[in-house]
Design a protein around this ligand. Structure first.
Ligand code: B1M
Length: 210
């Protein structure tokens, strides 16, 4: 039987190649991709966060863990379940300006894709003008913004303002998420929705369009 604690420990230790092997082995043993994600990888990243906060882990080590997490997610991506597979709509997603965190945003992107959305993932550190240009170019129904820093949350408001200034806000729904973001904050900045995690981002996107 798969030892999920071992996977967490390998992630925390930032051993990317070992983690990939262990994730693949867990899958081969029949462990669900969602169980690997929810019971090993996400709790592992929580520990990384706590250690970073306490000064027990430093940026280079956190980066190693983050890289290992991304490698593991690539393996899980095709396996994470699709609730429904018909094309559900078009979403533009990005991490806001000044913010380089992309693991959660990529997870949201993956969940949306696996649920049938066409997802245009702009990447990290996307300025309000970047979202404006992308909306003009791709004409999505939803713009999803991610922020992991309290200092970059304000960029969400700026992005919504920029969409308004360019006359684009009425044609898209803006949804927001990321560790410091709350439902209350989403309402204050005029976003149509807030999702605390990737699974609920998917449900939220669907509920806004159907
Ligand atoms: Co940073 N970092 N980091 N970091 N980092 C946090 C966020 C922090 C909480 C750590 C801590 O101190 N405990 C803290 C922020 C404090 C704050 O502002 N409140 C912090 C800090 C301070 C910093 C730096 C400033 C550190 C420094 O340089 N002194 C710096 C800033 C760099 C920058 O962005 N400009 C920095 C740098 C980094 C690394 C580069 C080393 C690395 C990022 C690598 C990468 O992403 N490629 C990193 C990491 C890994 C973390 C922690 C440890 C883990 C983040 C993560 O990936 N979590 C994080 C601590 C923590 O969160 N516990 C921390 C796993 C991921 C699956 O969860 O991203 O929350 P999360 O996504 C969830 C939900 O939030 C939600 O769904 C996801 C999946 O369920 N969600 C959405 C996310 N986006 C959404 C969008 C949606 C909906 C839901 O759209 C609708």
């Amino acid at each position: 039987m798969t030892d999920l604690n071992k996977l967490s420990e390998t992630l925390i230790a930032g051993k990317g190649p070992d983690l990939k092997n262990q994730v693949q082995q867990a899958i081969d043993e029949g462990t669900d991709a969602s169980q690997i994600l929810n019971s090993a990888l996400l709790p592992g990243m929580e520990v990384v966060g706590e250690r970073m906060e306490n000064g027990d882990m430093f940026i280079p080590e956190v980066l190693m863990s983050a890289k290992a997490m991304s490698g593991a997610l690539e393996i899980l991506k095709p396996l994470l379940s699709a609730e429904e597979s018909k094309s559900a709509g078009k979403v533009i997603i990005g991490t806001v300006k000044g913010d380089l965190h992309d693991i959660g945003k990529n997870l949201v992107s993956m969940m949306l894709e696996s649920a049938g959305f066409e997802v245009i993932n702009l990447g990290v550190d996307i300025a309000p003008e970047g979202f404006v240009e992308a909306v003009k170019k791709h004409d999505p129904q939803i713009v999803a913004l991610s922020a992991l820093l309290t200092t970059t949350m304000t960029q969400m408001q700026k992005t919504i303002d920029a969409l308004k200034e360019n006359g684009l806000k009425d044609q898209v729904k803006v949804i927001v998420g990321g560790a410091p973001v709350t439902e209350k904050f989403a309402k204050e900045i005029g976003a149509e929705g807030y999702a605390p995690d990737a699974g609920s981002a998917n449900k939220l996107a669907r509920s806004l369009l159907h």
